[in-house]
Design a protein around this ligand. Structure first.
Ligand SMILES: Cc1cc2nc3c(=O)[nH]c(=O)nc-3n(C[C@H](O)[C@H](O)[C@H](O)COP(=O)(O)OP(=O)(O)OC[C@H]3O[C@@H](n4cnc5c(N)ncnc54)[C@H](O)[C@@H]3O)c2cc1C
Ligand SMILES: NC(=O)c1ccc[n+]([C@@H]2O[C@H](COP(=O)([O-])OP(=O)(O)OC[C@H]3O[C@@H](n4cnc5c(N)ncnc54)[C@H](O)[C@@H]3O)[C@@H](O)[C@H]2O)c1
Ligand SMILES: O=C1O[C@H]([C@@H](O)CO)C(O)=C1O
Length: 490
């Protein structure tokens, strides 16, 4: 990955200091006229081998943001007979975060399974099952990835050879897991990546017979999957090249507290080491991981979480600006090509609060960008997307675990980090810049009321007394100090 594409510590990507407005579209509010899509026509076309079909709105990608976009089309009465979702996956959109949380609960602890976590249940919305899409008159093409796009004729090609003409196109192809190359054992049976439900099912089938697990990568996937392995009582080692887990968000001190908790749960850490290769045993399945320092760790199951990259193919060749890493959009999610929009993980958008172009690879943005884009498309509103970055994680959630752990982070982790609390029962980190403005807040195990303060603080960035904050007697006291500095009512 080139440095310009490297994601920042908070998972927002600074891709350039400002979004050059010349790269972005003039305001376009209306889709070009198209022959409206009618279900009867499509059924007829389906039986005749899918000739060129007209759809008013097409969403490419059937993931988290697609599910929320579909809901917004329905809310505006613009879905029925007008909207088509083209998905690579075999199932309707679901809340992807569940894959490394409830989905990996051990078999006797009621693991989450579909249809339980279709979007939009993760934010308290309806559970949009495949039947829901049918009832709403939304066409969903499953397991038929888009392979080509002709922007002149506004036509998509799918892997099964369908030609889909669109009036407006929303790209929501998300990210794909970064993989180890085949030549170092990256595709061996028993080596897992986790991005979609098919990956999660494969992983569960390995965990069912696993004894020795090696998790590679100390980021989000590494932390969540390692905690899941504790629930399965497996001999688990986590390996990563940095000095501590979650290096892009956690301070060394915060990371140490998490590492201690994981160690108390029997997890072994190998830090500061590179992977040389993954080797197979005589049965062809993974048998060991060879480290850069020559040492060998036995493993029957390897789970790799070494980052994700935006899925810009096949759109990078058709005039969309992908030089920024994802697909560059403006504050209404319009790309540089008329009638084409991009949302979710793949979109590089102006992060207004911090005056930079960013990609955010977290679900809150997937949901909000989808809603904002579709509202702008359907109602002609022109309010710029003004996003406050928000990430969270939850681990050891299954019944009977010794300590459930959940955290939230809002804002930007820049400036001095001030840590308060000792993890028992809670801990917080406040990032304060050189002008004493509170820029970012991390809170572990807060109450709902305490978590509720975080977005307001990170949004309003009060000037705080750093010394007072450093000397706070507890997390509650520190939150009081920060909120009392707010000039706006809570
Ligand atoms: C295991 C896991 C756990 C996560 N946990 C959290 C969490 O706890 N908290 C958090 O904030 N975020 C979490 N995230 C991140 C969050 O899930 C993503 O930010 C979110 O899913 C992004 O939504 P999206 O619609 O942009 O992409 P996705 O949800 O990835 O959807 C993209 C869809 O596009 C499809 N697609 C790709 N190419 C094509 C093509 N050519 N044609 C058709 N379809 C295509 C893909 O198959 C997929 O269905 C997690 C991610 C993963 C992988
Ligand atoms: N709670 C959440 O928000 C959450 C949970 C799971 C996944 N996700 C998303 O899923 C995607 C993938 O997550 P991830 O954990 O793989 O990415 P990540 O970027 O969080 O972590 C990648 C980690 O991989 C390690 N690494 C990188 N290259 C390596 C190499 N060659 N060898 C060994 N280790 C290496 C590093 O330790 C790094 O911290 C991201 O978009 C992430 O935001 C988010
Ligand atoms: O946002 C989320 O959605 C799922 C789950 O809540 C759906 O039921 C999950 O585990 C999240 O973190």
């Amino acid at each position: 990955m080139s440095s310009v594409l490297r994601l920042m510590s908070t998972m927002t990507a600074p891709l350039s200091s400002k979004c050059p407005s010349s790269l972005l579209n003039p305001i376009r509010r209306r889709s070009p006229p198209v022959v409206p899509f009618r279900r009867s026509l499509v059924v007829a076309a389906a039986s005749s081998g899918f000739a060129n079909e007209n759809r008013e709105y097409v969403i490419v990608g059937g993931g988290n943001s697609a599910g929320y976009a579909a809901r917004t089309f329905v809310e505006h009465g613009m879905a029925n007979g007008k909207l088509c979702i083209v998905s690579k996956e075999a199932v309707a959109p679901y809340e992807r975060p569940a894959l490394t949380k409830g989905y990996l609960f051990p078999p006797d602890k009621k693991p989450a399974r579909l249809p339980g976590f279709h979007t939009c249940v993760g934010s308290g919305g309806d559970r949009q099952t495949p039947e829901w899409y049918e009832e709403q008159g939304i066409e969903v093409l499953y397991q038929d990835p888009v392979t080509g796009l002709d922007t002149q004729t506004q036509t998509l090609t799918t892997s099964s050879g369908k030609l889909l003409k669109y009036g407006s196109l929303i790209i929501s192809t998300g990210c794909a897991a970064v993989r180890f190359p085949e030549k170092i054992g990256g595709n061996l049976p028993g080596v897992h990546y986790i991005r979609d439900i098919a990956d999660a099912d494969l992983l569960v089938s390995s965990l069912e017979k696993a004894q020795k697990v090696v998790v590679i990568g100390g980021g989000y996937i590494g932390m969540e999957v390692t905690a899941a392995a504790v629930g399965w009582n497996l001999d688990t080692t986590i390996v990563f090249p940095e000095d501590h887990v979650m290096p892009r968000l956690f301070t060394p001190s915060l990371a140490r507290k998490y590492e201690e908790l994981y160690s108390e749960n029997g997890i072994k850490f190998l830090k500061g080491v590179k992977i040389d290769k993954v080797e197979a045993g005589s049965d062809g399945r993974v048998a060991s991981v060879v480290l850069g320092n020559g040492s060998i760790i036995e493993a029957d199951t390897v789970i790799v979480g070494i980052g994700a990259k935006p899925v810009v193919s096949p759109f990078e060749t058709v005039g969309l600006n992908t030089t920024v890493g994802g697909i560059q959009v403006d504050s209404l999610f319009r790309t540089s090509v008329p009638s084409i929009f991009a949302i979710g993980d793949v979109a590089a958008f102006p992060l207004k609060m911090y005056d930079r172009i960013s990609r955010v690879e977290h679900v809150d943005h997937a949901r909000k960008s989808a809603q904002h884009c579709v509202r702008a498309l359907l109602t002609a509103h022109t309010h710029p997307y003004d996003y406050l970055p928000y990430f969270y994680s939850r681990v050891f959630e299954y019944e009977g675990s010794t300590r459930k752990v959940w955290w939230q982070f809002y804002g930007d982790n820049v400036g001095d980090a001030i840590e308060v609390g000792n993890f028992d029962p809670k801990i917080a980190t406040f990032w304060v810049d050189s002008e004493s403005r509170l820029k970012g807040i991390f809170l572990e195990s807060g109450s709902p009321e305490e978590f509720g303060l975080l977005p307001r603080l990170a949004r309003w960035q009060p000037v705080v007394d750093k010394e007072k904050l450093k000397n706070a007697s507890s997390v509650e006291d520190a939150l009081d100090i920060a909120t009392s500095s707010l000039q706006v009512p809570l």
